[in-house]
Structure formats: C-alpha cells, structure tokens
Design a protein around this ligand. Sequence first.
Ligand code: PRX
Length: 568
Amino acid sequence: MSNIGSYDERIKNFDWSIAEKELGYNNGNVLNIGWYCSDRICQLGKADKMALLWEDSTGREKRYTYNDIRLASNTIGTFLKDLGIGNEDRVCLFMDKIPELYLGFVGILKIGAIAQPLFSAFGDESLYVRLHDARTSAIITQRKHVGKVRKIIDKMPYLKHIIVVDHDGRKPLKEREIAFSLEEAEPVEHLEIFPTTAESASVLHYTSGTTGQPKGVKHVHYSLIAQYLSTRWVLDLQEDDIYWCTADPGWVTGTSYGIIGPWSVGATQCVQDAGFSAEAWYRFIEKRKVTVWYSAPTAIRSLMKAGEDLVRKFDLSSLRHLASVGEPLNAEAVVWSERVFGHPFLDTYWQTETGSIMLTNFPGMKIKPGSMGKPFPGIKATVVDAKTYEPITEPGRVGLIAFRPGWPSMMRAYWNNEATYQGKFKNGWYLSGDRSSIDRDGYFWFTGRDDDVINTGGHLVSPFEVESALLEHEAVAESAVVAKPDEVNMEVVKAFVALKPGFEPDADLELRIMNFIRKKLSPLAMPQEIEYVDSLPKTRSGKIMRRLLHAKEWGEEVGDTSTLEDDE
Ligand code: PRX
C-alpha cells in the first residue's frame, strides 16, 4: 500500500496541516529543519536507525545512524558558532558528495545560518559570482577545491572563514583558512538549536536565468512542510526503504530530496560519491539493495544507451519505486524502464524556485508515458495564456505553467533582486517560465521553456553567461548561444561566433577560445560546438535573435521573422 493511497481522496479537503500535524509542528512555534532531520528522529526512538550509507568510487564506505547525524551536525554547528557564525549568515558548502556536505548542511541550519550549497566542479569565476552576490561569510570545502577559493579571496573581504574538512597538515593553511576534522573533533552532545520559525531563511540555491547573473533563490524553514509530505506521498518512502537520490546537493533536488525529505521522514538513504557509469550504478543498487530511486532523464537515457544486457548482469530486484526530475522524461524512457526494471520511472516536475514537487505521477495513479502527471494536493496549477495570463480551459492548448502562490516551499525572494522576483508573478499567478498543455483528464504535458535558458542534462545554463565569457576573448566580436538537440542530454550548448577582423576561423582558434572560457564557466555550461558566422541575426533594436538560430538548430519553422525583429 502506498503512503498516498488514493490521489482522488487526498485532493478532497486537502490541507497542509496534515503535514504540520504529522510533524508535530504548531503554527508560530520554533521550526528548524536541522532539528527535524536529526534530533526529532532520535526522539521518535530511531536513534540507531541507519540514516546514511556512503561510499566513494574507490569503494571506501562510511555509515551514519540518526544519532550520528545528530552528533555530527551538533559538532559542525558548534564549530561554526564558535567562529562567530550565526543567524542568517550565509555558509557555502563547496564539496564533493562527501558526508561532511550532508552533515554540514544540517549543522548550518541548526544554528540558524543559511546553507548555500554550490556544485564542487564550479570554476573560480562561477564560484565568485555566487559568493559575492550572497556576501557569504564562510565556506566549507576540501583540500582539492581550496585553490579555487584562494584565487578569488582578495575580492571577498566578507568571506571570513575557509573551513577545510580534510586538511592533512602537509601544506600550510593560508589566510582565513582553518582546518576542521569531523573524525577528530570532540562530538558535541548538546547544541542549542537556534529558534528559527516558519519564515526564517534556510537555504540559498543559485539558478540561471536568461539574462543577468545567476539568481539566489531564498527558501525558508517552512519549506519542510511540503518537502516532508511530498517525500512521503510521491517518493513513497516507508520504514524499510533504502533510498537513493542521485542528485548532487549543489542543486535543489539534492537538498530537498537528498537531505531534507528523506531525513525528515526518518528514511535510510545511500550516497555514491562518484561520476556516472551505468555499470557502477547497477552495482550500487544491487549492493545497497536500493528500493526507491530518484534520478534524472539524462541518466536514464544514458542507461538506455548502455543496453539491456548490462541490466541483466545485476540483481536489481530490490527496486520497487522509481521517479525522475529535471528535464522532459520521454515516453520511451518510461516504457523502457518498466520493461527492464519492472517499474516505470514516474515523472515529477518542479523547480529550484518551487522548492518541492509540483506536478507529478503518483504511485498507484494511471501513468500516461510522456506526461508530467497532475498537481500535488494543495497545489493549484494551471496553464495561462501568454498575453492575458488568464487560465486556459481548452484541453490540449499550450500555455504557461502557473501556480497559485502560497504553497509552503515557495521561494520567498531572489537574493537582493526584488524586481526580478516580482516579475515572476502575473495576474495572481506564479509563472514557472515553462510551457505545457493539460489534457481532458487533467494531466500536464511539457512542451518547452518559455525563455532561452538551456537545459543540458538537467542543468540550467544561461546563454547570457556563456556569451559574456566568449565576448571577453580578444577574437570574439559577437556571440549567440543556443541549445542544440542531443540524443542523451536532450540539449547541449552551441555557440555562434562572429570574429573580429584579423582572426582566422580555424580549429586552433576554436581550441584557444574553448580553453579561455573553460576557466570562466562551469564545465556543464561549456559549448559542445562553436560555429563561426560572418554576423548574427538581430532585431531592429540590435538584439541578437537567439530564437532564429535555435529554430534552425532544431529544424523548426522560423516563421515570420519580421515579427521576431520587432518583438524584443
Ligand atoms: O524547465 C523545467 C525543467 O527544469 C527547470 C527547473 O530547473 P531547476 O530549477 O534546476 O530545478 C530542477 C530540479 C527540480 C524547469 O523550469 N524541468 C524540471 N522538471 C521537469 C522539467 N522539464 C520537463 N519535465 C520535468 N519533469
């Protein structure tokens, strides 16, 4: 029996107080996600239950019970507090998927500070724009990444502490750096939890938009209500499950459903700190006896590519429930997964800004492969007309996905960017920036984004960021960056470049440009291809028409370009 039972029954008389009651939260009282993810589970009598089964690519393993999570987060929290870090200070987590990342996240929240997780593969420039925007006070990192912080430290007087969790004493620490070893630190039995309430800031995730620098999405502790309930009802985590969320906590899936969700429901989760390999993933599922698996379409398409014969080499019979997020999950992937794993991947749709799952397929619900499913109970979702922002009532007609504001995990702000935040709301709706239709049965069908952001392998890339990096190169006069179709990643980044006079469009130059921008961009944002052009198509006001280039790449009708020229 699934946790949700009947979807139709659940949406009748739904109220978020269901989650508040289950969590024992009374409106207005202290609400601290860190406490809910550790101390509370211990208080419920599950102190010895396994919370985290961790391993890396070399097979090194670590195990943590809920009591271990409680103690470790107390210890990290106390260390930070002793450094003078406190309420609402931003603390960046800049690490691979090592235990300190997960435990540090909980510790930061316990002392009322704001956790700012960033993907450890970010280069120094990507790191800098995000730390600078947030005026981050401290960064917790590893030896292997500290060099990137050193490169930008002089530009960041507000960054007071660089905490290195694996300092081995071989090389001396530099200015503002301090070593912390979870294994050597005295475990802290008691930490006074900072009395955060529902609206206290908790997590700051950076996400890319079409224009401008990445935006810091501010979440609050009340997000727990939706993250907890959706973990129970969509991911269906139950007492004996072994859960695997493949996402990195540098992204929202890795925090909402890679830390907060599973630990607030007291589940056992496992983490593999290793790159993708179909074989290694299957081996991990077999070894850990994973029952519930939350992953992403690009990974699933890569598994499909690796073939069914590989699947048969492993015993994957422990799997009972599979879900996916981040990009369109094509119908073939749903059908394939049902055939080879015995269970279809259920598509879920949400965003950094929404904080929790908004549209989804539930266990037990009729699945229509290729559809994102239906709104989570309590979520009022629709598609609206792009001009009037009125809900579209006609089944099958495409509009902008819109949600009625007010669900618990909705972002509360873009960090220091009120105008952009306000721009997300029209006619009383929050606009997601995606397009979809809704069929007669109320299922949502994704059709695409409503902006130029590129979704490559589930990671959002701002064309503006890539274009800006290209323009800094001495040979580049103009550039336009669009998505290009790709079998596995769905979209990859393609750059069109017009050169300044005197530069030859050859392979050597392409290599030099690539090397130049590699230092500035995250590896995920790197173009797969540079195409040299004499000039780029522009609107009358001189804005580059990315949409025209995009349409050509996708073999789509360009339509009437005179309107394109006018409209931006
Ligand atoms: O365009 C949608 C796409 O990913 C965007 C959100 O990305 P991000 O904020 O990084 O969060 C990703 C993980 C929650 C959306 O605006 N997206 C997400 N899920 C789906 C999707 N596109 C199609 N189908 C989905 N299920």
